[in-house]
Design a protein around this ligand. Structure first.
Ligand code: XLS
Ligand code: NI
Ligand code: NI
Length: 435
C-alpha cells in the first residue's frame, strides 16, 4: 500500500524535448544509446537519503520548515516509514541507485551498541526493499559530523576515545554497505580539520587520519568488499579548514600514506567551487592520476559563497564535467549522486520529485552534449594541434636531457619562440554550439 505521500504524481516518463509536462523527462531517456552505452549506465543516478529524507528544512536562522509523516526522526517505526517513502520516490523516478549515512536511516541512540543494533535492523529492512524494487546502493557512509561527540573531529580527534568510536562506526557502516551490495564506500571529513591552529597539532592529526584510512582499506580486504573506497574533498564548512581540501591535496595525502592504489575520489560540484576551482578542474586533476571515483552533483549559489547544495540547472557546466568524465572512459563503480537539497520554502512532495527530475534531465542534456563534443573531436583536435610541437623526436628528446644540454641547443640553434594564440574564445564558441 503506497503511503499517499506522493499522491497525484505518476511514474516519471521520458516525453521528449517538446513536452510541456513539468513532471516528465525531456532529455533523460534511460535506454538511449550514447557512445555505445545506455544513458542510465553512463549517468548512474543516485538519490541522497540525507537531503531528501533526513534534512528538515532548517537554516542558521530558523528551524524545520518541512512537515513529513516520518518526523520526529527518533524512532525505528518512523525510520521504517521513511524508508518506505524513500522507495516510493525511487519507484517514481526510476533512478538506479541511492546513498546514505548511518544517521540518515536510523535514529541516533547516543551509544555505539544501540546505534549498531538499529543500523543492522534498518539495513535489513532496506535490503528487503532493494530486493523488491531493484534499486541499488551506490555508496554508504558514516555521519561523523552532526552529533556533538564529533565536534573536534573523528579520526583526527585529540581524544582517543573518539578515534575508537569513529573506527567502530566506520566498521559498522562498511559492514552495512557490504551487506547491501554497495558499489563504493565514502569518507567525507567535515570535522577532519580545525577551527584554530592554536589548539591543533596538525601533523599528529594528519598521521592519525592516514592510519585510519589504512585501517579502512585493510578492513575492506578482510571482509572481501569489492567496491571502491572514496574520499570526498571539501576545503571548509563546517570546519574552518578541512584536511581533504581539494582533489590535488587528497591525492598527495593518499600518496604520502601509501593509499594511491586503494582509494579514489568522490568529487562534488559545490566543493570544487568552494575550493576556488571549477568542477571540471577537479575532475581533470583526478582523471590525470586515474583517481576519479564518483561525483556528487549539485551547484552552489554563486553570489552567497555558501555550500548551498542546490540541484544542478546549468547545462554548460554539467556538459564540461561529463566531457572530462567521458574522456577518461566514464564511471566504473561510481555514478552521479544528487548531493542536493530542495530550498526550505519548497515544502511539498512535488517539489522533491521535480527537483530530481530537473537534475536528471540537466545531467542527461549535459551528457549528450559531452558525447557530441567527443564524437565531433573538435576540442581534442585543437589540443593535439596545440601540443604538436612535442611530437617531433628532437623536441621530445629534451625531456631526457639536462639544463646545460638544452642551453647549448638554444644557443646553437638560435631558438627564439614565436607566441601562438591560445584560441580561448574560439574554443568557448565551439562548446556553445553543443550546449
Ligand atoms: C557535505 C558532503 C556530504 C558527503 C557525505 O558537504 O557533501 O554530504 O557527500 O558525507
Ligand atoms: Ni557537500
Ligand atoms: Ni557530498
Amino acid at each position: 500500500m503506497p503511503s499517499g505521500f506522493f499522491e497525484g504524481i505518476e511514474k516519471v516518463q521520458f516525453e521528449g524535448v517538446d513536452s510541456k509536462n513539468p513532471l516528465a523527462f525531456r532529455h533523460y531517456n534511460r535506454d538511449e544509446i550514447i557512445m555505445g552505452k545506455r544513458m542510465e549506465d553512463h549517468l548512474r543516478f543516485a538519490v541522497a537519503w540525507w537531503h531528501s529524507f533526513a534534512w528538515e528544512g532548517g537554516d542558521p536562522f530558523g528551524g524545520p520548515t518541512f512537515e513529513r509523516p516520518w518526523y520526529p526522526q527518533d524512532d525505528m517505526g518512523r525510520a521504517r516509514q521513511k524508508a518506505d517513502i524513500a522507495f516510493e520516490l525511487f519507484e517514481l523516478l526510476g533512478q538506479p541507485f541511492f546513498c546514505w549515512h548511518d544517521a540518515d536511516i536510523r535514529p541516533e541512540q547516543g551509544n555505539f551498541a544501540d546505534n549498531l543494533r538499529t543500523l543492522e535492523e534498518i539495513t535489513d529492512y532496506i535490503g528487503e526493499k532493494m530486493q523488491v524494487s531493484g534499486t541499488k546502493l551506490l555508496w554508504g557512509t558514516a555521519n561523523m559530523f552532526s552529533h556533538r561527540r564529533w565536534m573536534s573531529g573523528a579520526s583526527t580527534n585529540p581524544d582517543p576515545d573518539v578515534f575508537a568510536f569513529a573506527a567502530a562506526t566506520v566498521k559498522s557502516c562498511m559492514d552495512a554497505t557490504h551487506k547491501l551490495g554497495g558499489e563504493n564506500y565514502v569518507l567525507w571529513g567535515g570535522r577532519e580539520g580545525y577551527e584554530t591552529l592554536l589548539n591543533t597539532d596538525l601533523k599528529t592529526e594528519l598521521d592519525h587520519m592516514g592510519r585510519f584510512l589504512n585501517m579502512v582499506v585493510e578492513y575492506k580486504h578482510k571482509i572481501g568488499f569489492k567496491g571502491t573506497i572514496l574520499v570526498e574533498p571539501k576545503p571548509q564548512e563546517p570546519s574552518k579548514h578541512q584536511y581533504d581540501y581539494d582533489a590535488a591535496t587528497c591525492i598527495s595525502f593518499l600518496r604520502k600514506y601509501g593509499l594511491e592504489n586503494e582509494v579514489k575520489l568522490n568529487l562534488e560540484q559545490g566543493h570544487a567551487i568552494l575550493a576556488g576551482h571549477s568542477f571540471e578542474h577537479e575532475i581533470a586533476v583526478a582523471t590525470a592520476e586515474g583517481m576519479l571515483g564518483s561525483i556528487d552533483m549539485n551547484r552552489n549559489d554563486y553570489q552567497s559563497g555558501w555550500d548551498t547544495d542546490q540541484f544542478p540547472n546549468n547545462t554548460p557546466e554539467v556538459a564540461l564535467a561529463y566531457y572530462y568524465i567521458l574522456k577518461a572512459g566514464g564511471f566504473t563503480t561510481g555514478g552521479t549522486n544528487f548531493d542536493a537539497k530542495i530550498r526550505r520554502q519548497s515544502i511539498d512532495a512535488v517539489d522533491l520529485a521535480a527537483a530530481h527530475i530537473g537534475g536528471m534531465d540537466i545531467c542527461a542534456r549535459g551528457l549528450k552534449a559531452a558525447a557530441a563534443m567527443i564524437e565531433d573531436g573538435g576540442l581534442e583536435n585543437a589540443l593535439s594541434q596545440r601540443y604538436s610541437g612535442w611530437k617531433s623526436p628532437h623536441a621530445a628528446s629534451m625531456l631526457g636531457s639536462s639544463l646545460d644540454e638544452i642551453s647549448a641547443r638554444v644557443l646553437n640553434e638560435g631558438i627564439n619562440p614565436e607566441p601562438q594564440s591560445g584560441r580561448q574564445e574560439i574554443l568557448e564558441n565551439y562548446v556553445n554550439r553543443f550546449v
